[in-house]
Design a protein around this ligand. Structure first.
Ligand code: AHR
Length: 502
């Protein structure tokens, strides 16, 4: 029996904010140094930016990139990273036990954003520093001229302000691992005061308060409630973070674990709505899922064997992704799109080398990991509106941790006269999926890209960069009454595009 997906293409549920496809660059491991920046590399430009990496970043159309951390930001003195490079200090980064050379800082990052065709989401240090350093950075970045910090920026060769629109008020401040970790009361007050000061400067900035570091925290979601009680009217969004790894779980459990992202979103939406109702606030709170990815800390350890503490740009938090990882990644991305009514921004953590879709070798090649392709499909085609769908008859797989998990997952988006159907089969068997296109428009399939592999452990490498890569498959005609049936092979990801014919 086939599963049925009814698609109500005239019924938008939400307009997807393009920033749902954001990413993240942290001063961690080889994300910046030997990732995006490597002077002397044969592919680097005169400024030291790796153009082979830029060539892989640009097609992703990443709308926004969070910077400079992550855990790194909570002890970062932004002043160390501006001005003449020869005068910038080498500093110990306690969070990652490395040495930060400060050869890349705020201004260079803004240069890179321009080259990559993206914008910045800046995080401020509310761990070891606070409101005063944050407001100085804001003035440095966004004020045109004739003030202490804007003139400092101009003296560093940046006449025009960077005009950063989105600011994260700290990072994972609920986590005891965070330098300058705070209680919800301490952080909530600090975030509220910082937000108010930022609003005095420019009421149109978008401000994100730190929610829980994850649903695993014992303080989840009470932390979020308390922080929101302090900040509700002063911020635009609260952050969520989630990393999922295979560890010792069965494949079925691993792939089914995508549901935890949606559970986390639902819990935080409920928390936000409770605080909204209790405080008689007008706006619903938006969510910024500003760190998400597949990360198995055993496969991508922060302290890999042989790591030398306090050295530069070591291979920390690097995970070689398998095809199975890409299937879970797809499930997470579908969950984000499905909740795009509330999730305004999301950042794939991270972009290069550190749990990343793009990998590099120092002095050597850059290549795409399997997750790159899913991210590309989402970012390119998951724009416009999320449309109403109804799925019936999906087969299920019984799992130990997540009960009966549906094998098929789908999301449909519409951008004007283009309709995209994303379909994931995380089950061990092939399944027919019937699409029924309801609505006033007739549709024609124009592309069907498939990511599949008989080897769930397949990976890419510089020697074999396309072992896991999508391929175009034959188009299925849509009947006059809007039906078509697809065969979703076992363990497969599909990006199907249709255009309106009338
Ligand atoms: O993305 C890696 C790390 O994970 C970030 O620095 C931190 O915010 C999170 O715990």
């Amino acid at each position: 029996m086939s599963s049925l997906l009814r698609i109500f293409s005239d019924d938008p549920i939400a307009t997807i904010d393009p920033r749902l496809y954001g990413s993240f660059i942290e001063h961690l491991g080889r994300c910046v140094y030997t990732g995006i920046y490597e002077p002397g590399h044969p592919a680097s430009d005169a400024a030291g930016w790796r153009t082979d990496v830029l060539d892989l970043v640009r097609p992703l159309h990443v709308p926004i990139v969070r910077y400079p951390g992550g855990n790194f930001v909570s002890a970062y003195d932004w002043e160390d990273g501006v001005g003449p490079r020869s005068k910038r200090p080498r500093r110990l980064d306690f969070a990652w036990a490395s040495t930060e050379t400060n050869q890349v800082g705020t201004n260079e990052f803004m240069d890179w954003c321009k080259l990559a065709g993206t914008t910045s989401m800046m995080a401020v240090n509310l761990g070891t520093r606070g409101l005063d350093a944050a407001r100085a950075l804001l003035e440095y970045c966004n004020h045109p001229r004739d003030s202490k910090y804007s003139d400092l920026r101009r003296s560093h060769g940046y006449a025009d302000p960077h005009n950063v629109r989105v600011w994260c008020l700290g990072n994972e401040m609920d986590g005891p691992w965070q330098t300058g970790h705070k209680t919800a009361l301490e952080y909530g007050r600090l975030a509220a005061e910082t937000a108010r000061a930022f609003r005095q400067f420019d009421p149109t900035l978008e401000l994100v308060a730190c929610g829980s570091s994850g649903a695993f925290m014992i303080t989840f979601p009470e932390w979020d409630r308390e922080v929101l009680e302090h900040t509700y009217d002063s911020v635009d969004a609260i952050s969520l973070h989630l990393y999922l790894g295979r560890y010792e779980h069965s494949l079925a459990d691993y792939l089914a674990s995508a549901v935890t992202l949606e559970n986390q979103i639902n819990a935080i939406v409920a928390t936000c709505d409770y605080v909204q109702a209790r405080g008689r606030h007008k706006k619903p709170m938006a969510l910024s899922f500003d760190e998400w990815n597949v990360w198995d800390m055993k496969k991508g350890p922060a302290n890999p064997p042989g790591m030398v503490r306090w050295s530069e740009a070591q291979p920390q938090v690097e995970q070689i992704y398998t095809f199975a990882d890409a299937l879970l990644f797809a499930g997470l991305m579908l969950g984000l799109i499905r909740h795009s009514k509330r999730v305004r921004m999301a950042c794939l953590a991270q972009l290069v080398n550190v749990i990343a879709p793009i990998m590099t070798r120092p002095g050597g090649a850059a290549w795409r990991q399997p997750i790159y392709w899913i991210y590309l499909h989402g970012s390119l085609h998951g724009r416009g509106d999320l449309v109403e769908t109804r799925m019936s008859g999906t087969p299920v797989t019984e799992t130990k941790n997540h009960g009966a998990s549906p094998d098929l997952d789908t999301v449909v988006t519409r951008n004007g006269d283009q309709l995209t159907v994303f379909a994931l089969n995380r089950g061990a068997g092939a399944h027919p999926l019937e699409l029924r296109l309801d609505g006033a428009v007739c549709w024609k399939m124009v592309a069907h890209e498939l990511l599949s592999s008989t080897d769930l452990e397949a990976t890419n490498s510089p020697e074999s960069p396309s072992t896991v890569a999508p391929r175009k498959i034959g188009l299925t005609p849509v009947s006059a009454d809007g039906h078509l049936t697809l065969r979703l092979s076992a363990y497969s990801w599909h990006c199907i595009r249709l255009i309106a014919t009338v």
